[in-house]
Design a protein around this ligand. Structure first.
Ligand SMILES: C[S@@+](CC[C@H](N)C(=O)[O-])C[C@H]1O[C@@H](n2cnc3c(N)ncnc32)[C@H](O)[C@@H]1O
Length: 232
């Protein structure tokens, strides 16, 4: 497997509108376990998001762009509640199939809405923080520019875009580790394709350089995090 360059021609099975809906729903539901294991959001919550929300000293509002099956939004809502912070969460995704699964995870402090970042930006709604998980590697160049600009406009505080970092070890560990969970889902094929599409930290830094001020760090093994300051 040649992982020296991003393989941007690869398409994920779940992006096919005609894919098996039952397998897709199973995949979206099981992301809960996978994202918990690999996404590093526990660390990002503790080190990056919780401190800025706690400093507000009032109820906060956070937007998750491209919330997919909603597990990351719901997990962060549970962490905020556990830590005694008053936060309401909005997850947005234009894909109705993802939204149906996300709504199974709705809570009083979490709403999932069928829209995209550009349409939401046009409504004038603004948030104390804007986040995303596993969206950056998904986007082609024109969509990436709009997505980044929308995320900065929608936030009056921090912007955090988290993703996988491409690499041989990540690829080998995921290929083996996903075996017990993959049955009846697209998790193995799409996860490996995602790794092949994803950025290394220096590539992401170079790509984001033309899109405003972004700081790229590695918050956890095999992870990249692009941090920006909102203009909303
Ligand atoms: C790979 S999925 C990630 C889902 C979820 N965040 C997760 O970690 O499992 C990427 C999602 O981003 C959504 N998306 C892409 N561009 C978007 C935009 N501009 N606004 C809202 N959602 C977007 C897609 O519909 C897709 O469901």
């Amino acid at each position: 497997m040649d992982l020296r360059h991003r393989d941007v021609a690869l398409r994920e099975l779940m992006d096919d509108p005609a894919c098996d809906p039952a397998a897709l729903a199973r995949t979206l539901r099981r992301f809960d376990v996978v994202n918990r294991a690999v996404s590093g959001w526990g660390t990002v919550w503790r080190r990056r998001l919780r401190p800025v929300l706690a400093r507000l000293d009032r109820p906060a509002r956070v937007l998750d762009i491209g919330s997919g099956g909603g597990d990351v939004t719901a997990r962060l809502a549970r962490l905020a509640e556990r830590d005694g912070l008053s936060v309401t969460w909005l997850g947005i995704d234009p894909d109705p199939r993802a939204l149906a699964v996300a709504r199974e995870r709705a809570r009083p402090d979490v709403e999932f809405r069928s829209t995209d970042s550009t349409a939401l930006r046009a409504t004038g709604e603004r948030f104390d923080a804007v986040i995303s998980n596993h969206v950056l590697h998904h986007l082609g160049e024109p969509e990436l520019g709009a997505f980044l600009a929308d995320s900065l406009a929608l936030s009056s505080g921090i912007v955090l875009h988290a993703d996988i970092e491409r690499g041989r070890t990540a690829y080998a560990l995921y290929a083996a580790g996903i075996l017990p969970l993959q049955r009846g889902t697209f998790l193995r094929t799409d996860g490996l394709r995602s790794i092949r599409r994803s950025y290394r930290a220096p590539e992401l830094r170079a790509t984001l350089a033309g899109h405003g001020e972004w700081h790229v760090v590695r918050p956890a093994p095999f992870r990249v995090l692009a941090m920006g300051r909102g203009r909303g």
